[in-house]
Design a protein around this ligand. Sequence first.
Ligand code: DHB
Ligand code: FE
Length: 282
Amino acid sequence: MAKVIAGVGCSHVPAIGAALDMGKTQEPYWKPVFDGFARAQEVMAKLKPDMVIEVYNDHGSAFSLQYIPTFCLGVQAEFQPCDEGWGPRPVPVVHGDPDFAWHLVESLILSDFDMTIVNEMEVDHGLTVPLSMMFGPVKEWPCPVIPLAVNVVTYPPPSGKRCFALGRAIKKAVEQYPKDMRVVVFGTGGMSHQIHGERCGLINKEFDKAFLDGLTADPQKIASIEHKTYVREAGAESIELVMWNVMRGSLEDNAIESFRFYHVPASNTAVGNIILTNPGVL
Ligand code: DHB
Ligand code: FE
C-alpha cells in the first residue's frame, strides 16, 4: 500500500530559483543558501520518494482574480513551468500521475474536502523552486508530482486548522491507494516575509524558530495560529506558512525532525527548510 513517509517544509523564494538558473550559487550572497539545500538533497536521496504531493500557492500565474479556488488539485499528466514575466524557468516539465491524482480527488471529496479539479494549468515558482531546492538542478524530476494549490493570495485563505485537517485526509487517501509507494508531502512558502508597503523586508527570526520547533513538538498549537498573528508578527506574506500545516497533518503525530535549515536573507525573505520523517523511515 502507499504510505506518507515524510514531509518537507520549504520556502519558495523566486530569487533562489533565478540564482540557480543563472549560475550564481557560488556567489557569496547565495552560497550559504545553496550549501544548506545541498545538505537537504542528501536527506531526500535517502528518502527516495516515488511520489510528491506538493502543497503550494499560485501567485496570479495560472489563476487570476477571476477564479480563486481555495484548494485545488491538478490531475493532468504534465505541468509546464509558466512565464512569470522573464520567461519560464529552465527546469524539467513536472509529470503528474492522473490515476493517483483522481484517487486523491475522490477520496478527499468523500472526506468532505471539496477540491476544485484542475485539468489544465501551468505551475509557477511556488511549485518549481522547492523542487529545485530539494532535488537540485536535475534533467528530470525524480518522481511524479501532484500539485495541490491553496489560495493564500486573496483573503480569506483557509485556516491553519483546516489545512491540518486536509493533511489528515491526504494521509487517509494515500493509505487507501493499492500500490506500494513512498509518498512525500511538501508544504511550501514562508517563512517570515513581507514584500510590499511600509514593512517591506520584515523578518522575525523568533517567530520562525518557534514555528519550526512547534511543527514537530506541538503541531496543534501551530495549526491554531490565526491569520492576524501571522500578518502582525511575521509579515503579510508569511501567511503562506498555513500550507505547512497540510504537510504536518499528513504525518504521524510523533514524526521526527530529520533536517532543518534556516537562513536570512534571501531577497526579502527568511528561508526555512525542514524535513520531518515518520518513525522508522530513516
Ligand atoms: C518573494 C517571496 C515570495 O514568497 C514570493 O512568492 C515572491 C517574492 C521575495 O522575497 O522576493
Ligand atoms: Fe510566495
